[in-house]
Design a protein around this ligand. Structure first.
Ligand code: HEC
Ligand code: HEC
Length: 367
């Protein structure tokens, strides 16, 4: 009896100590997390137009296109002028200015055309590559990234500029900081996964903003980020790092333009920026650090025997279009989350990705 009482007492003390330790540790984790979140960060100042104006080449191409489509009525007036220019090395003091050639671009709204093209490019970027709608909603009025009682709730805010959205009067610099650095305009760190957008050029971000702004303004306020007990501990212990601390550099200038869209390894490397979050920077695959523990490891995409050594371009193309491997098995989650985007990639994009994957050093799968 006496003995039992003693054991009971000891147990009680042990439990009490445990509770205190856990409470203390949790208190520390909460304090640590809130101090991490209240830090401020800085990044370079950037500026770019929204939308990008038409380039000289685009304007030239447009001029040629319109000239070709013009009725040939003006031809007699133009011909002698052309002949003069061709032989006369010394234009004889410009006697009679030829009647002004009609401007093929008269009446063309170049700004409206630039916006139209930017929105079309932005739409393709969002639909085929940069999965903004995954967390910000199909209409950009807000969505859910994570909603889990243990991890916490992380919502993608409303980006439409309507009530409840903060971005209505954001500058290019504010967008750059949010999307490519994980920093709010006030310097506070954001849960926006900026590390995934490190290869995004200024024009791509500008196109995406133009596309987002083409959506109607919606009134919706998303709840701010709140971490659950596990999320708090993970963040305090560095296992759920803030994007701003993962992004390698906050002052390296971003490319202004993406590489030319062509079936080249260079363009493929640019596109593969959206694969590296799971398949890793060197694309050798392995367990996905950024994902929940139940995610399957990412496949090895290098030309190694454990990777895609035996695949042809057709195998790759079929896998990306139908989400099946050459042996007919389906590509499973989380790869299947990418289907809605990758299946919108055009042939040039798939050829470029393949050219890049084939150019990689064969490497065994990551561990
Ligand atoms: C995996 C989910 C996810 C994806 C994908 C994503 N975002 Fe976000 N984004 C978030 C979350 C969550 C926040 C809010 C962060 C916070 O409150 O700390 C956010 C914040 C933002 C903000 C700041 C808005 C504000 O009101 O402060 C902008 C702008 C933004 N994202 C744009 C984009 C764009 C553009 C893309 C695509 C290129 C994108 N996001 C892709 C989750 C995501
Ligand atoms: C969200 C994480 C994620 C992203 C992003 C992602 N993948 Fe995957 N990928 C996976 C996982 C996990 C597998 C393994 C799926 C399985 O075993 O069924 C996989 C499998 C594959 C396979 C099949 C390889 C094989 O040997 O079976 C190919 C090909 C592939 N991914 C290409 C890509 C490309 C190209 C991109 C970028 C455009 C990409 N993935 C982006 C997670 C991802």
């Amino acid at each position: 009896m006496q003995r039992l009482k003693k054991v009971g007492k000891v147990l009680g003390v042990v439990v009490l100590v445990l509770v205190l330790v856990v409470a203390g540790a949790y208190g520390w984790a909460s304090w640590k997390t809130s101090s991490l979140l209240s830090q401020t960060f800085e990044a370079h100042e950037v500026d770019f137009p929204i939308p990008f104006p038409l380039t000289e080449e685009e304007i030239d191409a447009l001029r040629q296109e319109r000239l070709a489509a013009m009725p040939p009525v003006e031809a007699p007036a133009v011909e002698p002028a052309e002949a003069d220019g061709a032989e006369g090395e010394e234009p004889a003091a410009e006697p009679e200015p030829p009647p002004p050639a009609p401007d093929p671009l008269a009446g063309v709204d170049l700004d409206a055309l630039a916006l139209e093209r930017a929105v079309a490019r932005g739409r393709h970027l969002v639909e085929a590559r940069y999965a903004c709608i995954e967390c910000h909603g199909d209409d950009f009025a807000g969505g859910t990234m994570v909603d889990d009682p243990m991890i916490g709730s992380l919502h993608g805010p409303n980006l439409t500029g309507g009530q409840g959205s903060r971005v209505a009067d954001w500058s290019a610099n504010d967008w750059d900081h949010a999307v490519r650095h994980g920093i709010f305009p006030d310097g506070k760190p954001s849960a926006m996964p900026a590390e995934d957008y490190q290869r995004m050029s200024d024009r791509e971000l500008s196109d995406i903003i133009a596309y987002i702004r083409s959506f109607p303004a919606v009134s919706q306020t998303m709840a701010p980020v709140s971490l659950g007990p596990l999320g708090t501990v993970l963040m305090a212990t560095g296992q759920l790092p803030l994007s701003v601390t993962v992004v390698e550099s906050h002052d390296t200038p971003h490319a202004v333009l993406p590489p030319e869209a062509a079936p080249t390894a260079e363009f493929g490397e640019h596109l593969a920026g959206v694969c590296t979050g799971c398949h890793r920077a060197d694309l050798r695959g392995g367990p996905i650090a950024a994902g929940p523990p139940d995610w399957l490891p990412a496949a090895n995409l290098t030309p190694h025997a454990d990777g895609l050594a035996a695949w042809s371009y057709d195998d790759f193309r079929t896998a990306m279009r139908e989400f099946r491997r050459p042996d007919g098995t389906e590509l499973r989650a989380p790869m299947s989350l990418m289907q809605r985007y990758i299946s919108n990639m055009d042939d040039t994009e798939l050829e470029a990705l393949w050219a890049y994957l084939q150019s990689l050093e064969p490497q065994p799968t990551g561990t």
